[in-house]
Design a protein around this ligand. Structure first.
Ligand SMILES: *Cc1c(COP(=O)(O)O)cnc(C)c1O
Length: 395
């Protein structure tokens, strides 16, 4: 098939807002109370969209995760639980914040963590859990919220792939202590490079804001250099892009969801195919499309399935990660920093050995997953064509 290209994402709105930003003759978002600043307008728009009291803009999704850890004062040497199937941007900030990544197994249908798989790896050193709403599929978040509350553990949602996905009628990224988002070029809407976090309480907001801007104390609370922070600021040009893109989000999601839900429904009837379906009362946002197959029923090697799809114009690949994060060279060797020292391990006064991590459901899920890129320009006819190609690729 002729896989349709991504529809044009930008129009005169972006141009006009960027021009407005340039006419303001300053390209950073300060002072924080400048009501006409583009980043401040973007923050207001995001707060209204998510219905949260605080949003901190950041320069990437990776910066969002780092700002969340800094904002929640995750202590050096403590353990942070996360899935082994995710972007490097979820795990790298844990390393840089001198905490210990601890990998939890996943539900093989959705490739996301559950309360049960998280609980299995919680120890008395656990300070936080990061869940990842992979591909836009909502994690079964409420039981994890309850678990974290009961154990006094902070909960961070990596919702970089799940903008406007919902759980029980509420946007994912609003259930945990902090929700993390990315606005890089690949995401549902974009400002080029950027991101933001959603926050519910004032103290965490101030701490996160200071952490994301060199502890500059932009709110004049008398805390300059009371801590350290990086520079994760956004510029007014990014802000202009966000205020142009945000009003387009609902239509992008609606169209993706229509196509994605249709394909999911069709795939459900194929014997041996396991589409990525979230828990009851959730809505997917289809960042990309993934499905699994049961190797007992479908015996064709995955490589051959992928080749067949590629031959038919669908740029398919295997699971989301090439290998489990704990199996990568850097984790096996714990060679995170030059010089052979891993400060987090010294702080923890405990040795960690990633070569001994064994998460069978994550391995199974990732090795029997087929994924391909997906967007809101796919028509019903396109979806039916994709379905036919998937169906014939499996035999
Ligand atoms: C994109 C992404 C990130 C990182 O975002 P960047 O803006 O590329 O830093 C983090 N986590 C997940 C799940 C992502 O998809």
């Amino acid at each position: 098939m002729n896989f349709p290209p991504l529809p044009p994402r930008f129009d005169l709105t972006e141009v006009q807002n960027i021009v407005k930003a340039l006419k303001n003759n300053k390209l950073w978002p300060y002072p924080v109370d400048d009501a006409t600043g583009m980043v401040n307008l973007a923050v207001k728009g995001l707060r209204d969209f998510f219905g949260v009291p605080y949003v901190v803009p950041t320069s990437s999704g990776t910066a969002s995760i780092h700002t969340a850890l800094g904002g929640l004062k995750i202590a050096a040497g403590t353990e942070v639980v996360l899935p082994p199937i995710t972007d490097a941007g979820t795990v790298t900030p844990i390393i840089f914040q001198n905490a210990i990544p601890v990998f939890a197994d996943v539900d093989p249908v959705t490739s996301t963590v559950t309360a049960k798989t998280v609980e299995a790896v919680i120890t008395d050193k656990t300070s936080a859990v990061i869940v990842v709403h992979l591909a836009g599929c909502p994690v079964d978040i409420q039981p994890i919220v309850d678990l974290c509350k009961a154990r006094n553990i902070r909960l961070i949602e990596d919702a970089a792939q799940a903008l406007a996905a919902t759980y029980a009628g509420k946007y994912v990224g609003t259930f945990g202590d902090i929700g993390c988002f990315s606005l890089n070029d690949q995401k549902h809407i974009t400002c080029g490079e950027g991101g933001f976090i959603t926050v519910h309480d004032e103290e965490t907001y101030f701490q996160a804001h200071n952490f994301s801007d060199k502890y500059y104390d932009r709110h004049n609370r008398g805390v300059r250099y009371h801590g350290v922070g990086l520079n994760y600021r956004l510029s007014e040009l990014d802000g202009a892009m966000i205020i142009s893109q945000l009003p387009k989000l609902c239509s992008v999601i609606e169209r993706r969801r229509k196509a994605g839900d249709l394909l999911t429904t069709m795939l459900r009837d194929l014997r041996g195919v396991i589409p990525q379906v979230g828990p009851q009362d959730t809505e997917h946002s289809y960042f990309f499309f993934m499905f699994r197959f049961d190797p007992q029923v479908i015996t064709k090697p995955r490589e051959a399935i992928i080749q067949s799809l590629n031959g038919n114009g669908i740029k398919a690949r295997g699971g989301y990660v090439e290998q489990m994060l704990y199996k990568t060279k850097v984790f096996r060797e714990k060679s995170f920093f030059a010089g052979g020292v891993w400060p987090a391990e010294l702080a923890a006064q405990k040795q960690y050995d990633y070569t001994r991590v064994n998460l069978p459901d994550a391995e199974l899920a990732n090795s029997t997953t087929v994924s391909f890129s997906f967007h809101h320009g796919l028509s019903e006819t396109n979806v039916k064509e994709i379905f036919e190609h998937i169906r014939t690729s499996l035999v």
